[in-house]
Design a protein around this ligand. Structure first.
Ligand SMILES: O=P(O)(O)O[C@H]1O[C@H](CO)[C@@H](O)[C@H]1O
Length: 315
């Protein structure tokens, strides 16, 4: 458990920039693109050149990620051809369900913004609410549905600060130009159209996975995938003036129609001598989430890397 309210003053964050100045070579100190690695996706930073890892414990104001599949370090390096684009990746994020305050959850995004990051690629593992988005699909997020935000659990709650807009608009939160770069990248990598979909991310607080009725509710409300992260980071990034692109990797199905079959019908059919086929009694697990992350880590890494290359070219 960390603090209730993380210090996000310019002075406090600047002290981290001083610390990083003693740990990093000049060429890595001003990253242009940030990456947030979702559950099991820390390999997104595997091909950074000149890579330097800085544990969160050597920085001020960072919590410790307690979730399997999340490390607790920033990775700095270069990506792309020639001299390379300086980048920074969060190897492990904080979730509110771990007991972190929302200000701690979004704090690394604020630090990345002050380091100079202009574009942020946020990744996550998510459950699918849409039969058209099967396990293994990468979903480019174009909108979100955040029940916690609508009910008073918003990371931007608090006194107005002169450096931030009081009323942040979210209609353009998911950058059109970054999403274009992403789909150009998918084409250049010759990924099949079905590999990368588009959809709306529902943010829930977790740590429980959704009940069947909750899954149906979120789907009926217009969400395509559901997860326990990302939206707080998106809000902080937008408040900091950073452009955002979100990639959800579908690791499991949440809405499975036959799971909701009536047991009365099942027993009646059995007694009438016309038994129904067994109904699926599936349970999602974090191990399964991590396994799909591992399976898809290479395509996720290639897609993120190519997208960053195209952003650099202004595509
Ligand atoms: O969103 P990320 O951090 O990728 O992790 C997802 O996976 C975990 C559940 O398996 C939850 O934390 C959920 O949000």
């Amino acid at each position: 458990m960390t603090d209730l309210q993380q210090d996000t003053s310019l002075e406090f964050i600047a002290s981290n920039i001083d610390i990083l100045g003693t740990l990093l070579p000049e060429q890595l100190l001003k990253p242009q693109v940030g990456i947030v690695c979702g559950s099991g996706l820390s390999t997104l930073a595997a091909s950074f050149r000149e890579r330097v890892e800085v544990p969160y414990s050597s920085l001020k104001g960072f919590g410790t990620s307690t979730v399997p599949g999340h490390k607790s370090a920033l990775a700095f390096g270069l990506l792309g051809p020639a001299d390379g684009v300086p980048v920074v990746a969060m190897l492990g994020r904080f979730h509110a369900y771990e007991g972190h305050s929302l200000s701690t959850v979004v704090y690394p995004v604020r630090v990345m913004a002050r380091l100079g990051v202009k574009n942020l690629i946020i990744t996550n593992a998510a459950g699918s609410l849409d039969p058209g988005l099967p396990v293994g699909t990468i979903v480019s997020i174009r909108d979100h549905l955040a029940l916690p935000n609508l009910t008073g659990f918003n990371p931007l709650l608090g006194p107005a600060k002169p450096q931030y807009p009081r009323f942040l608009p979210l209609s353009t939160a998911y950058s059109h130009s970054l999403r274009r770069a992403l789909f150009h990248a998918a084409h250049q990598l010759a990924l099949p159209a079905s590999a990368v979909g588009e959809g709306t991310y529902a943010w829930v607080s977790g740590p429980t996975y959704e009940s069947p009725a909750e899954g149906r509710f979120l789907r009926a409300a217009g969400a395509s995938v559901v997860g326990m992260s990302t939206v707080p980071e998106v809000l902080a990034a937008r408040e900091e003036g950073v452009e955002v692109c979100v990639l959800s990797l579908v690791t499991n199905f949440v809405v499975i129609p036959d799971r909701y079959r009536s047991v009365r019908e099942e027993v009646d059919a059995e007694l009438a001598g016309t038994p129904l086929p067994p109904s699926p009694q599936v349970e999602v697990s974090h191990e399964e989430v991590l396994a799909i992350g591992k399976e898809k880590s290479e395509v996720m890494r290639a897609l993120v890397e190519k997208t960053i290359e195209l952003i650099g070219k202004g595509v």
